[in-house]
Ligand binder design. Structure first.
Ligand code: FE2
Length: 276
């Protein structure tokens, strides 16, 4: 399929993270959504039905590509087979941008199914930014890196998370995907000041904002992506929009997934805040 068959609408205002449960509804009803973010890892492999579905989505909507397994922070060598698959899909589907998490998901060849946090040190900044630069050079495009939620912190950390994210982005010359729910989770679990975090992030590097709802269990806020965006997260989001301006914003929902119209209502709330 040639890129001339793709929707060339701009990516703006609020989008929705596309999940398999909504595919049939979206392709039959073509709801008025500005853009979708697709999980790139779902489309690895030789092709088949899922790629055909993605072609159909792409013919109606602009997309961004989000991945979870690049393991940017790992001490293992960069997994170039993984990055090649990202490049192949990005070259084919022409996403607005490609994003990944500022974390590690594998070590010594063992893969975990969690986005694990990094110690915030100069050594980590150098290590991670060098890897992002190599990956960006290979992809021929800039990455957005996303702050992750965490349930522990490292004694070795020499700075706060915001300084760490900003330093990595500056050194690697990449963009930032600011997940305001993850900032809320860190505030809840570690007592960080979410609004101070937002006010210190370099606004000109923030290319996208994520919104989601988590759940409190045993005194910890968990990043479950299983609920409507709570009021505390909307408050942080409003501060982020005030600081960063009109920024494409995405509703993420991965567990206890409701009908698509619930996500549309959440996206509509985000668009209203951006317009205000
Ligand atoms: Fe996110």
């Amino acid at each position: 399929m040639s890129s001339t068959n793709f929707s060339n609408k701009p990516i703006s205002k609020a989008g929705i993270g596309l999940r398999p449960q909504h595919l049939e509804y979206v392709l039959s009803e073509l709801p008025s959504i500005n853009w979708f973010e697709v999980l790139t890892d779902n489309y690895f492999g030789p092709g088949g039905e899922s790629l055909k579905e993605l072609e159909q989505i792409r013919s109606h909507y602009p997309i961004t590509m989000h991945s979870v397994g690049m393991s940017i922070g790992s001490s293992d060598p960069i997994n170039w087979d993984y990055v090649k698959q990202i490049k192949s899909l990005a070259d084919k589907f022409d996403p607005g941008w490609v994003s990944e998490h500022l974390c590690w998901t594998s070590a010594h060849g063992v893969h975990f199914h969690d986005l694990l946090p990094l110690p915030y040190t100069e050594e980590t900044i150098n290590h991670v930014s060098d890897r992002i630069s190599q990956i960006q050079d290979f992809l021929g495009r800039r990455l957005l890196i996303e702050n992750v939620s965490s349930y522990l912190s490292f004694e070795q950390s020499q700075m706060n998370e915001c300084e760490f994210v900003a330093s990595v982005a500056e050194k690697a010359d990449c963009g930032i995907l600011l997940d305001v729910n993850n900032i809320f989770v860190s505030q809840y679990n570690h007592g960080d000041d979410a609004i101070a975090y937002i006010k210190s992030i370099p606004a000109d590097r923030v290319g996208e904002i994520h919104l989601a709802g988590g759940e409190e269990r045993d005194g910890y806020m968990l990043d479950t992506h299983s609920r409507e965006v709570p009021e505390d997260v909307w408050t942080i989001y409003k501060a982020a929009i005030a600081h960063c301006g009109d920024t494409p914003s995405l509703i993420e929902w991965d567990n206890d997934i409701p009908h698509f119209t619930v996500l549309e209502q959440e996206a509509s709330k985000a668009t209203t805040i951006i317009r205000q």
